[in-house]
Design a binder for this molecule. Structure first.
Ligand SMILES: NC(=O)c1ccc[n+]([C@@H]2O[C@H](COP(=O)([O-])OP(=O)(O)OC[C@H]3O[C@@H](n4cnc5c(N)ncnc54)[C@H](O)[C@@H]3O)[C@@H](O)[C@H]2O)c1
Ligand SMILES: [Zn+2]
Ligand SMILES: [Zn+2]
Length: 348
């Protein structure tokens, strides 16, 4: 088969590699599309070394069609459309014993810790596969994983009907948090991002979304004004490496300041810098800070909503490129960071 192999850091080679042999307890999937994630952009230059050693095949957001079913597997047939859940937890650590799988101390992912989906085929155990309805476009199947992040965050924060929400970061993660939140609440959603093009994607696709550009107005003041001084029920932080903006506090502190009494902040951004907060501001509200990592069983929920037409996957897709141009796709994303949301690679 052909695969986009990261031969050395910053250097993909589109080449022939051995097609995985399907074991009796595995299913061979013919990958149709894979999506490039922010994590892949860190793996590419070697930030994940030695966790992601080269040469290897990255790609942890992927969808495809069942090509072959191992003779010990039931419930799958060639031609089934499937999304691949890349997460591998150990089952033994204290978190796993409590079924808190995203907190597994040795959590691994296909395409991060081992070969993944930037290839024509992958062979995986059936518990990692989730069938979509046949009418779902192949490109959308590749987005189930990132949607899982958005749904998991909302489930962690227990978003409920009527909740008013603020989301810092209208990038890939912020947009899926928004789409997932909209399946759970019709309440106002504030989107905070200095990039106008990303705010417009949110506003253009959903009613009752208020865009806030922190370079133009203070998000906490805007939120207070629109909520009659009350604040939001939940504030999500989906920024990570925050751009410093004069006169505006960092995203996590702004999230806390925008909360109503008893509200929740849910942090997803994986910045390396400390995020300064003033605990008094949280304690006065007896607010909670929770975090959300990857997903935990949300593939089924995502697929139910996709099948029912409740999500807007096309709003996330900025560009589709052939798998043979994986190197060019990564270079493009490095050069024009804020221009694209999801770039899909076509392996069909
Ligand atoms: N916890 C998880 O499960 C999980 C999963 C995937 C990604 N992440 C992390 O989530 C973060 C976001 O990922 P992404 O792919 O959406 O990145 P992204 O770059 O697409 O989005 C980040 C957005 O934040 C905006 N931003 C920067 N500074 C800001 C500020 N001061 N205020 C408001 N917005 C600001 C940027 O303009 C950008 O649009 C990253 O740190 C990533 O590593 C976490
Ligand atoms: Zn990812
Ligand atoms: Zn574990």
């Amino acid at each position: 088969m052909k695969a986009a192999v990261l031969e050395s850091y910053n250097h993909f080679v589109w080449k022939d590699v051995e097609t995985p042999k399907v074991k009796p307890d595995e299913v061979l999937v013919r990958i149709q599309f894979a999506s490039i994630c922010g994590t892949d952009m860190h793996i590419f230059p070697g930030d994940f070394h030695p966790r992601s050693p080269v040469p290897f095949i990255p790609g942890h957001e992927m969808g495809g069609v069942v090509a072959e079913v191992g003779n010990g597997v039931s419930g799958f047939n060639p031609g089934d459309k499937v999304a691949v859940d890349p997460i591998i937890w150990c089952g033994e650590c204290p978190a796993c014993k409590r079924k808190h799988y995203p907190a597994c101390t040795s959590l691994k992912l296909l395409g991060v810790d081992m070969n993944g989906g930037f290839a024509e085929y992958i062979s995986v155990p059936p518990h990692m596969l989730f069938k979509t309805a046949p009418h779902i476009p192949d490109q959308h199947v590749a987005l189930v994983e990132i949607y899982g992040i958005g749904f998991h965050a909302n489930n962690r924060a227990q978003t409920a009907e009527g909740d008013i929400i603020a989301i810092w970061g209208a990038g890939r993660v912020g947009q899926v948090i928004l789409q997932a939140a909209r399946t759970k609440t019709t309440g106002t959603i504030f989107m905070v991002d200095p990039l106008e093009n990303r705010l417009q994607i949110a506003v253009g696709n959903y009613d009752n979304v208020i865009p806030v550009n922190p370079k133009k107005e203070n998000p906490v003041e805007v939120i207070r004004k629109h909520t009659g001084g009350k604040g939001v029920d939940i504030a999500f932080e989906a920024v990570g490496h925050a751009e410093e903006i004069e006169g505006v506090n960092t995203p996590v502190r702004s999230c806390i300041q925008s909360l109503r009494g008893g509200g929740k902040v849910c942090v997803l951004g994986l910045g390396d810098e400390p995020a300064p907060i003033v605990f008094k501001e949280l304690i006065w509200k007896e607010g909670q800070i929770i975090t959300s990592r990857v997903s935990d069983g949300e593939f089924t929920e995502v697929i139910d909503h996709l099948n029912a037409g409740n999500l807007k996957p096309d709003a996330l897709i900025s560009k589709v490129m052939p798998g043979s141009e994986t190197q060019q796709a990564f270079e493009l994303l490095q050069k024009e960071k804020g221009k694209y949301l999801k770039v899909l690679l076509d392996f069909s």
